[in-house]
Design a protein around this ligand. Sequence first.
Ligand SMILES: [Zn+2]
Length: 269
Amino acid sequence: MKTIIKKLIPRRIGYVLRSIYLFFRKIIYSGNKFFCPLCRRSYKSFLDGGFDLAVNKEMQIIGAGRRKHVVCPGCASTDRDRLLFVYLNSSPGILKPSVKTLHIAPEPGLGKYLSSMSKTEYVSGMKYHEGFYYGKNTKLFDITALPFEENKFELIVCNHVLEHIDDDHQAMKEIYRVMKPNGTAILQVPWSPILKETREDSSVKDPKEREKQFGQFDHVRLYGTDYPDRLKKAGFNVEIVTLEQLNIKVDYQKRISVIPNEVIFIAKK
Ligand SMILES: [Zn+2]
């Protein structure tokens, strides 16, 4: 039903309606218990989110599953967007005014923040999806053939995208190609800490079967503990950062509602 409504409403009007909806939600949810660092407002609660599927529990998937207090009522940021905010603000030297940023499949709240911090250049883009409302400045491109010259961006953010891409190796190589030497790419994916080898099968096309095997109707694989090795095969050096390493106090983790055991995959060139 939601998809049909989205198809019937012209994109621009849909975008305005969404902004009005978020404005009222922001007022209704005002309170003190939670804080969103991206829109810098406090709320009585965040909204629940994620999919309730057996595979999430069975494979202990990190960064997926039905969760409490996920979505910010005001800017629609999720727990994983706020995690990246925490990482970026705990890592001096990344968000300098001269940074050129590429944000792939931009999340609105995080995108607004990154564009305000990337004074020199902020480019966001994604593949065209019918009925999806993206911001008016979002470019349309294919992650496996990025329309940019090599060594262009110092910061690339690609949050929960690679698990949707058939040829993720080609996508990783493209991200590597357009990234400046010494740049930083944040390449988050849902992954299973108990799966040694990434589970993928290109013959699985049925959305229900994908849900069952990979954790979401449109995921083409479930990454395992070999995910960093796959990034290395594309040329990257990989660092895995935890909230503990970032020294984020547990009280603050709860207040901004991030997943305590989610790690951040940092790829360097
Ligand atoms: Zn927010």
